[in-house]
Design a protein around this ligand. Structure first.
Ligand SMILES: Cc1cc2nc3c(=O)[nH]c(=O)nc-3n(C[C@H](O)[C@H](O)[C@H](O)COP(=O)(O)O)c2cc1C
Length: 192
């Protein structure tokens, strides 16, 4: 009985402890683990994972906090067939996020707007959350925005920024050589 009580106390202590006993991946580990996946297993993505990915995007900062993003989750058979007809870079993933921004809401200055920038921050957070959840993604710009907008009957104010196929990587998929080719900081950073 005494032993049992002791064990219960230890379990309660562990549960109340703010330090998680499972080792956590650092942010850099997560960033290193992500790579462009271009071949997907034909299995659906759980709704809870889609929800978490969308939540990660929702938390992103946007210019003036106007949150101009609008994300279409393409996952029906019809939508997936359609997007694969419109671009060779949807890669037959079970889910494709079509990330748009609202031209009526987006922050605008001197004829330019922050739409693609806002969407990119949203997308990056989504991408890394997908990685954290064991899913593969690929950032895709290889499509005609006007064609995609027409095919999915988007309102005129929803401008497609990029596509993000998402799903479990097909068995044996490895990163392309590009993934391992990054310039040294000495080429891309200048201290002044
Ligand atoms: C803005 C942008 C556009 C991209 N467009 C495409 C695309 O249309 N098709 C594709 O297969 N990959 C595309 N990619 C993926 C890049 O080719 C890939 O991220 C890069 O080669 C580095 O490889 P890694 O993601 O595996 O590290 C794009 C990436 C970015 C950031």
């Amino acid at each position: 009985m005494k032993k049992l009580l002791c064990l219960a106390c230890m379990a309660a202590l562990l549960a109340s402890c703010s330090c998680d006993p499972t080792p956590q991946k650092s942010f850099l580990d997560l960033a290193r683990a992500r790579f462009a996946v271009r071949e997907y297993a034909q299995v659906p993505v759980e709704q809870a994972k889609i929800d978490s990915i969308l939540e990660a995007g929702r938390l992103a900062p946007t210019a003036k906090n106007v949150q101009p993003q609008h994300i279409y989750v393409l996952q029906s058979e019809e939508a997936i067939a359609k997007i694969n007809q419109l671009t060779r870079c949807a890669y037959h993933a079970p889910v494709v996020f079509l990330v748009c921004y609202d031209t009526d809401l987006v922050w605008t200055k001197d004829g330019a707007n922050s739409g693609d920038m806002d969407c990119s921050i949203v997308g990056t957070q989504m991408m890394l959350e997908a990685t954290e959840l064991g899913l593969g993604t690929c950032w895709v710009k290889w499509f005609e925005p006007a064609e995609v907008a027409a095919a999915f009957n988007l309102p005129a104010n929803h401008k497609p920024s990029f596509l993000m196929p998402c799903g479990y990587a097909a068995e044996g998929v490895q990163p392309h050589a590009n993934h391992f080719s990054r310039k040294p900081l000495s080429e891309t950073v200048t201290y002044k």
